[in-house]
Design a protein around this ligand. Sequence first.
Ligand code: SF4
Length: 428
Amino acid sequence: MVKVSRIDKDSIADELGIVAGTELISVNGRPLADFLDWEFLTADEELVIEARQPDGEEIVYELERLDGEPLGVSLQPPTVRRCANRCEFCFIEGLPPGLRKPLYIRDDDYRLSFAYGNFATLSNVKERDIERILEYRLSPLYVSVHATNHEARKVLLNNQRVPDIKAQLSRLAAGGIQFHSQMVVVPGLNDGEVLEESLTDLWNMGDAVLSAAVVPVGITQFSHLYTGKTMDRQTAGAILDQVEKWGRRAKRERGETWVAGSDELYMLAGRELPSPEHYGEFAQIENGVGAVTALRMRVAAGLDRVSRRDGQRIGVVTGSAMAPLMGPLLDQLTDVSGATFELIVAENSLFGPTITTAGLLVGRDIMSALANRHDLDIALIPAETINEASVFLDDFTLDVVRGSLPMPIFPSYDFIDVLASESVGVAA
Ligand code: SF4
């Protein structure tokens, strides 16, 4: 059974009299377990929907609709499948205490992998799930492989009962399912030969593996489970050598790089990031692979839209990871705007100094970085630091942070989104 959260006005569902709170029990005789069943079983043109209205009355709706005509039903969010692993490097386990409860949920859900691109390990999938993935053709999936070597993967996921990922992926691949894969690399555990084995196995799955990302382990001062080594410059460099060797082979044989190191891996190795061609369609940009290169591209493409701001002083808040890459970008913005940009590097007070990503800065960090800066006309902060409700990870709202500072602040994804607007941030 799934429950309706909202009905679009004048939609088919609205005309049928389905309302928010209605329980949808079955479609064409097949019971509904979750949003996937609803999504796929209602793809038919002729539907018999068994439902229970909020007052308890059971109704059967029979309808016919034109191909592709939306029913206008939104469902309540699904109950997320919890993770059965206990990875030492788990970022959730490394969260400080006292945050909002939902932030501590360790999801590992192939359904969300398909629907939203969340990475899943497939450790908790059962035979019935595999059958569903194949029947509904849930492709592509985003899979946290980490290592194809079964013994190494048990250690990495800290789970002795983890299924053999190679067998799982091979079976799904034979059924036409494709994957984006990632390896979070823990030095000494799944780099070197283990990484080589993983890349070889994934490569040998052919077209089924659409991309592979190699990401360095990231731990916070609260990562109480972690007993491994931290990623140093030399290890990061060795991993990149290995990844780029595979990337060159893939380019030669398949015409695309296929595997890439994350931006953070390049920063840790102290190496310049690859050019846009390296990333093809930027398949794993959400995973921090090519995000900086994409930012540079967006800035370059938007420079002619930046409005003149002669004489303005603009603060740009970032984390220490991005800081060394910002200089050339801010020089370009200075040239086209006439403003003076000042890079303000904030330290993460919540996760500790090992977390240097701009997007994980919290409201308190922004306030400390910009307090008493009466000399700035405006300041830009990373837009990734707030959620859809404009709340930072430490529960400060954007309004509260704004109210405490002497200059207007603007969340920005790529500078251009703020600086192109004549009406935003012009000095009083
Ligand atoms: S798979 Fe590992 S890293 Fe991901 S949520 Fe589970 S324990 Fe955490």
